[in-house]
Design a binder for this molecule. Structure first.
Ligand SMILES: Nc1nc2c(c(=O)[nH]1)N[C@H]1C(S)=C(S)[C@@H](COP(=O)(O)OP(=O)(O)OC[C@H]3O[C@@H](n4cnc5c(N)ncnc54)[C@H](O)[C@@H]3O)O[C@H]1N2
Ligand code: MOO
Ligand SMILES: [Mg+2]
Length: 425
């Protein structure tokens, strides 16, 4: 889509060397370069708050009210003046009843009000006593325990006051944010429009589930990975299906994809064989701005532009696609969507429950499982195979262990672990 709002200015980042750099970039350099090309889509729309799940907020939400809006009871019980209770030997007549949704009258001196959770505390009362320590007696109440003056009242404005920004622009709206917006009375929110992402899977060997496999054929897993990863990010997916390993077919499919989307994602055909047509096709239609990252899986990862439309080429191996999506495509998409905090997924320090005597040559994102052992210590185990074709490694894992290049790992060493949740949504 040739929208100026989403154009990729040729602004080098992460090093000035253009695309087909001689050496693979580090993960950090690659991300920096990639994000240097990310221009947020600036078109926005106003939607009913209930329809905004997963959208990115374009304007802050500012509260028009104090929260709570008035002093209210945090418990079911009796509202009274603490001094009155002491002065009347722990027994007070009940002068009114205040359920939630009703306002009582100012509390008559020397009396208590029956009150329920969420009801406004009547003027004059300074304490709510929970009913569990009260005995109702005819039209009075006897309090059988020590009370804490001021207890069980949620004060007006104690959470926040009118004029407070409750949600910042650039927030991805989850259930808690929608609840917050509704809680300050926002019926509509201004959000960025949905990002249109075109996907295509290259490969003559691919067939769709539902068809019997012929000789040399495999099922097209990547389509399902792409779609689901994008849906979890709130994108509109334009699925262009399977593209043959053919130069002209690849050029035509990429041109078609770029014409109707904000971003094009392709899987496969990005490596060095003569059946890999993605790089020359992108170069013909625009430019290749990055190719190859010093990582495993995912080394032949590519980024470029087809006209003005950004392009991400993921390696065909499904695990390589998943990992490069989480590390690069996800933050890039978050930026286009207008999110504030787009970057590498957060890793947490953990303890290796495995050893690798032979150091790895490229930074390795091994499929891993974090657990807490009997002593309460973190323990990371890695999958038995590092094959980037083995999706079963990802269904087994709950995260990725980052194995730095050139360093052996001994059991008990610190190892950085990225929870899968950091890579999704
Ligand atoms: N001589 C070299 N060969 C390869 C290199 C290299 O540096 N030199 N790199 C290897 C690495 S690492 C990877 S990763 C792959 C990346 O390959 P491509 O991106 O070109 O992808 P393809 O060759 O098309 O496919 C690779 C692999 O993935 C399977 N595949 C492809 N698409 C799908 C799909 N939609 N669903 C499921 N599986 C898919 C495909 O059948 C291949 O097995 O290149 C190495 N080669
Ligand atoms: O980069 Mo490939 O993804 O190592 O298998
Ligand atoms: Mg290939």
């Amino acid at each position: 889509m040739a929208e100026p709002s989403n154009s990729c200015e040729p602004e080098p980042a992460g090093g000035s060397t253009p695309a087909a750099q001689d050496k693979p970039l580090t993960v950090e350099q690659a991300l920096e370069r990639l994000l240097g090309y990310a221009r947020p889509v600036d078109e926005t729309e106003a939607l009913p708050t209930a329809d905004c799940l997963g959208r990115v907020l374009a304007e802050p939400v500012v509260s028009g009210v104090d929260l709570p809006y008035w002093d209210n009871s945090a418990m079911d019980g009796y509202a009274l003046r603490a001094d009155d209770l002491a002065a009347h030997g722990g027994r007070l007549p009940v002068s009114q009843r205040i359920p939630a949704g009703q306002c009582g009258t100012p509390l008559a001196p020397g009396t208590a009000a029956r009150i329920f959770t969420g009801a406004p505390v009547p003027e004059g009362a300074d304490t709510v006593v929970v009913q569990e320590v009260c005995e109702p007696e005819d039209d009075a109440v006897r309090v059988s325990a020590e009370i804490t003056p001021g207890a069980n009242i949620r004060r007006r404005g104690e959470e926040l006051t009118a004029g407070t920004e409750v949600l910042a622009a650039g927030t991805r709206l989850g259930p808690q944010h929608l609840g917050m917006a509704a809680g300050v009375g926002a019926a509509e929110l201004r959000v960025h429009r949905r990002l249109k992402v075109a996907i295509l899977a290259t490969g003559d060997e691919l067939v769709m589930p539902g068809t019997a496999l012929g000789p040399g054929q495999i099922y097209n897993s990547n389509r399902f990975l792409f779609r689901a990863l994008l849906q979890a990010l709130g994108c509109e997916v334009i699925d262009l299906g399977i593209v043959a390993d053919d130069r002209e077919a690849t050029v035509a499919a990429l041109r078609d994809a770029a014409g109707q989307s904000d971003l094009v994602l392709a899987s496969g055909g990005v490596s060095v064989g003569e059946e890999d047509h993605i790089r020359p096709a992108v170069e013909r239609l625009g430019s290749l701005d990055l190719w190859r990252v010093a990582m495993r899986p995912g080394k032949p990862f590519a980024f470029g532009r087809i006209g003005e439309t950004p392009f991400i080429g993921s390696p065909g191996n499904p695990v390589s696609l998943f990992v490069t999506f989480g590390l690069f495509a996800r933050p890039f998409i978050q930026r286009l969507q207008g999110m504030r905090d787009a970057g590498l997924p957060q890793a947490l320090p953990a303890r290796a429950g495995f050893s690798l005597s032979k150091p790895v040559k490229r930074r390795d994102y091994q499929r891993a499982r974090l657990s807490i052992d009997a002593d309460g210590q973190t323990l990371v185990e890695v999958f038995r195979s590092t094959s980037s074709a083995a999706l079963s490694s990802l269904t087994w894992a709950n995260g990725l262990a980052i194995i730095p290049e050139g360093e052996p790992i001994r059991e008990g060493d610190r190892v950085d672990f990225i929870p899968l949740s950091e890579l999704l949504g």
